[in-house]
Design a protein. Structure first.
Length: 293
């Protein structure tokens, strides 16, 4: 499945949930965690559960739910409320290690069986850098099994956990600790063979900055991005879809190697291309197929 854009929607807002229905986001994340005040969480669970049930025949956009952290009592209450509505996935915040993902998978096993759902049908996307201890486990997510959809990262909770007074330089770039967290997420996802989802771009009134940031993110190897406002979605979708030039080049590379079986290095437009270029070209066309699908 394609997940270029993943839009957060507060689970306690009927207006914002309704507005998201007309959005082009690949994934809508109905939030029960940070965007919902503690006194509104019970009502948000009911609202999200009802919306999931009412849209079970949804044809295109996937509906995910961000639950509360697994080490809080609210997490199991969240799952008990929403799994019957067959969410397509769970966004797992404040993950401390792959063991947390495995534990969530066990809970989902039980809830899926209880509600007669397809075993393993609900995927998991952990926010893998929100706790300091998690950064030392980023290479181990391959053992989480087929429920693992990808990895994403976040800086705000990590900043708070280590007592940082900020996480951005004056030019808007991440400071070194958070550049490290971003890179570990990217490489951890690649090591596990899953999608790498970049964190949000906070200033939703800065479309130019969002575009530049998404272009850098896609260049580095991320396959999608969190959105916090519907106006960000079209730009994110565009930046994380292969361009016409990329598609044409990828097809030429693949055709060149197909015409020269058994050859590992060839010339194209005056430049040498070898097996890594072929693998990259194949990934470009795979991204195109997911986006079209």
């Amino acid at each position: 499945m394609s997940a270029r854009s993943l839009l957060f929607v507060p689970g306690d807002s009927d207006r914002k949930i309704a507005r998201s229905a007309g959005c082009a986001a690949d994934v809508i994340i109905l939030d029960l965690e940070d965007s919902v005040a503690p006194e509104q969480k019970a009502a948000a669970r009911v609202r999200v559960a009802e919306y999931l049930t009412a849209t079970r025949s949804r044809p295109v956009t996937r509906l995910w739910v961000r639950i509360n952290p697994l080490d809080t009592p609210a997490a199991l209450v969240d799952l008990a409320a929403v799994v019957a509505g067959r969410p397509d996935g769970i966004l797992q915040p404040k993950t401390r290690s792959p063991d947390d993902v495995i534990r969530l998978g066990h809970y989902l096993d039980a809830f899926e069986q209880q509600h007669g759902l397809e075993p393993g049908g609900i995927r998991i996307l952990p926010v893998a850098t929100e706790t300091p201890e998690a950064l030392f486990t980023m290479g181990g997510f391959a053992r989480c099994g087929p429920r693992l959809y990808g990895l994403t990262w976040g800086a705000e909770d990590l900043s708070s956990a280590i007592g940082a007074s900020g996480n951005k330089e004056s030019d808007g770039n991440w400071t070194q600790p958070y550049q490290l967290a971003r890179s570990l997420c990217l490489f951890g996802a690649a090591a596990a063979g899953v999608a790498a989802i970049d964190t949000l771009y906070a200033d939703f009134r800065d479309p130019g900055g969002l575009r530049a940031s998404c272009q850098s993110s896609s260049r580095d190897g991320f396959t999608g991005r969190i959105a916090i406002h519907p106006d960000q979605v079209d730009t994110i979708n565009e930046c994380f879809s292969p361009s016409a030039a990329e598609i044409e080049h990828a097809r030429r590379v693949i055709a060149l190697f197909a015409q020269n079986p058994g050859v590992a290095a060839l010339a194209l437009d005056g430049k040498m291309v070898d097996i890594p270029h072929l693998r990259q070209a194949e990934k470009v066309l795979a991204r195109l197929g997911r986006a079209q699908g």
